[in-house]
Design a protein around this ligand. Structure first.
Ligand code: TTP
Ligand code: MG
Length: 271
């Protein structure tokens, strides 16, 4: 009977994971509800990403995406949780975006978004994908942003603000759709650092990253609105996992306290 059950599970699940080896027995586990602290998920996203594969003898692993506006404090949050032994942390490949073989696509994009938006976003998409498919070295992975937010927030913003030509948007969109259809991008929990655009603007000015000096407050407002529509109001795109919202306008001391307060909920992604 157990064998029949496994066969049935494989019949249902494997078509959802065409890249997975057919020779491996696969068990499916439903992600437990993360409770009232998590914002509701869109009804249409109950399948692939909401399930976990547990191969025989393999430890179950969980992936958490850390999302939020530019300078919302994602790197600081990751640094905090990097001290937890069962969590591995992947920071964003922003250094690559500032230097690919001696070129700086991030700087070019801010100087002339219409000309260089496609160039930057193609490279962001590649480097994020590279992060998503890295083998995991700990039970829990926390990573800064995702290939989803690169597309749903940044590409969308360039296009909607009239700074990305339609043809560039179409090509990037087809690439993105192909990737998410053909390559497993696991996620169990999205942690959203929710800030006001004004706070991010202040932090941006303080940290003074050369390329970002040209960013006006309106740019951060657009990014903020896209995030809110996606993760809070469920008005734009499918949300691929439950969302844990952490208010992130506070000073560093209070933020560290809040991270500690939320530790249990974050680790629950692994239950
Ligand atoms: P952020 O993801 O905002 O990283 P950060 O280090 O600034 O954030 P935090 O302080 O919260 O750790 O992005 C870095 C830069 O890359 C920023 O200028 C925005 C830009 N960017 C794009 O232009 N397109 C993209 O798709 C992404 C993901 C980022
Ligand atoms: Mg960062």
């Amino acid at each position: 009977m157990m064998v029949d059950l496994l066969k049935e599970l494989c019949r249902v699940v494997l078509p959802l994971y065409p890249h997975k080896s057919l020779s491996t027995q696969v068990l499916v586990r439903q992600t437990p509800a993360l409770g009232k602290h998590l914002s509701g998920r869109s009804r249409s996203c109950t399948s692939v990403n909401h399930r976990k594969l547990v191969r025989n003898g393999e430890e179950k692993k969980s992936v958490i995406w850390l999302e939020g506006n530019i300078a919302s404090g994602k790197t600081t949050c990751l640094e905090y949780f990097s001290k937890t032994s069962e969590i591995e942390v992947l920071t964003e490949p922003v250094s690559k975006w500032r230097n690919v073989q001696g070129c700086n696509p991030l700087g070019l994009m801010y100087q002339d978004p219409s000309r260089w938006g496609l160039t930057l976003q193609t490279y962001v998409q590649l480097t994020m994908l590279d992060r998503h498919v890295l083998p995991m070295s700990a039970p829990i992975r926390m990573m800064e942003r995702s290939i989803y937010s690169a597309k749903y927030i940044f590409v969308e913003n360039l296009y909607k603000s009239g700074k990305m030509p339609e043809v560039d948007f179409a090509v990037l969109s087809e690439w993105f759709e192909w990737i998410i259809k053909n390559i497993a991008i696991p996620v169990d929990l999205i942690v959203y650092l929710q800030t006001s655009p004004q706070t991010c603007y202040e932090r941006l000015k303080q940290r003074c990253r050369e390329e970002e000096k040209v960013i006006p407050l309106e740019y951060l407002e657009s990014i903020h609105n896209l995030y809110e529509d996606w993760l809070i109001h469920h008005k734009s795109f499918e949300v691929p996992a439950p969302v844990l919202v952490i208010p992130a306008d506070h000073d560093l001391k209070k933020m560290l306290y809040q991270y500690e307060e939320n530790r249990e909920k974050i680790l629950m992604a692994h239950c």
